[in-house]
Design a protein around this ligand. Sequence first.
Ligand code: SAH
Ligand code: SF4
Ligand code: F3S
Length: 516
Amino acid sequence: MNEEQRKYQEITVEQTSSADKKSGQAKDYSQYFQATYQPPDLKSAKKRGKEDVFVHYDFEIPEDMANIGRGKKFLIRTYGCQMNEHDSENMAGILLEMGFESTVNQDEADVILLNTCAIRENAENKVFGEIGNLKVMKRENPGLIVGVCGCMSQEESVVNRILQKHQHVDLIFGTHNIHRLPELIKNAIFSKEMIVEVWSQEGDIIENMPRARKGQFQGWVNIMYGCDKFCTYCIVPFTRGKERSRRPEDVIEEVRHLARNGYKEITLLGQNVNAYGKDLLDSSYRLADLLDDIRDIGIPRVRFTTSHPWDFDDELIDVIAKGGNMMEHIHLPVQSGNNDVLKIMNRKYTREEYVALADKIKEKIPHATLTTDIIVGYPNETEEQFQDTLSLVKEMAFDAAYTYVYSAREGTPAAAMEDDVPKEVKKDRLQRLNEVVNRHSAMSNERMRDRTVEVLVEGESKKNPDVLMGRTRTNKLVNFKAPKSVIGELVYVKITDAKSWSLNGELVSEAEVAQL
Ligand code: SAH
Ligand code: SF4
Ligand code: F3S
């Protein structure tokens, strides 16, 4: 069974604090509990106000909504990043508490939610295709509730397109409105109109939402929301709001809860986790402090994503270098190897600064893998500028890289730029880049041959259910034969073969492990 097919499981509420907390002045937050009709507004989403971040601990499902789902089933289809996957776990938790059951079969679903991603045009096209498919289902089953949520619903153009062309959608709600799901679902069931509730500006954190995790031994833990970096190509600061850090005690309590429940690996999530704590005005606590505290909790593996080179401080490197449950893998998106491009992307570091940081990481954490994200075909990128990206990939010899052709996102500064680079040239650059990237990942994997490594067994391999797959501490994918009983366990595997994107290996017996 793969992740998509796995149903959401038990519901838990993982925080224990009770009183609401704020970091300053009192503020009217009645809107958090009242129904509103609000379409998105990109201009408001861009504003970064100085208002305080409130943390609400009083989430509960209103009594009149607790049984609405009895006898009904829901299905959530998730697109995009881990943050979205994790939001889906919160939505599933809420729906289960409302009496719904989860299903993986769309024919038996009474509620279908599309949790969408806006990062590139092709992500959006996929969702519009799916919205179109659901029209047929809705005709056959008029009682079906179709909802669109996630990052696309934060975009004005998307909401307008749905309002105009996809009237079979019953509900649109934004990334800041997840805690309002009980009310929204109730309204969608009883109203004939399309319900649209998308808050564009948001400063608060809602704790204590019920959560139904998909993973039984791997869990995501949000540590911060939003992004203030405003890279010029990127829609995320608009769809996710300003940077807001969860309080350390709430994060730590959630991690402890997972440890008590036998979780083997957690991944701390944020768009830019290195900025963790900067918005907590009453504290100097940062990501390095959080990791140091989490080191003492009995979770065997701790990961975090995503890092921005800008806020990556020495303390952070030092704490990862301590080893233990801190995994030796750093995902550090570089985007381009050319300083002019980096500058107009608003990345706020130069190629040289990136290289110096990566060198420091490699020196202090010698076995660490370094992976990255790269965009080709930013407006007006020249062949020479692209060559700089190629040369950086060769210089850094990344263990892996996610590569993308630039996609214009409405409302971002880059989308307003003229662009003289033809589509075919961009595609050709992507292909040339991928050749270099793949060569380096193959070399990095080749170095693993004959080594014996610790692997967390995640499940059956997607291609062959007779083979299991898992990941090394450095996040490399390993396929190997072993009994299914080791799924969810840490085992040792001897690497026998290396490919560009994965490794093959053999399970090492317990007797052999004892001699290691
Ligand atoms: N917050 C993370 C990244 C989130 S998006 C970070 O800053 O690292 C993941 C990746 O998608 C980015 O690193 C970037 O490489 C890519 N991306 C973002 N916007 C894009 C766009 N408009 N076109 C193409 N790729 C994009
Ligand atoms: Fe987007 Fe840049 Fe923020 Fe990452 S850091 S989410 S690329 S704006
Ligand atoms: Fe996509 Fe939103 Fe994540 S745009 S990448 S789902 S933050």
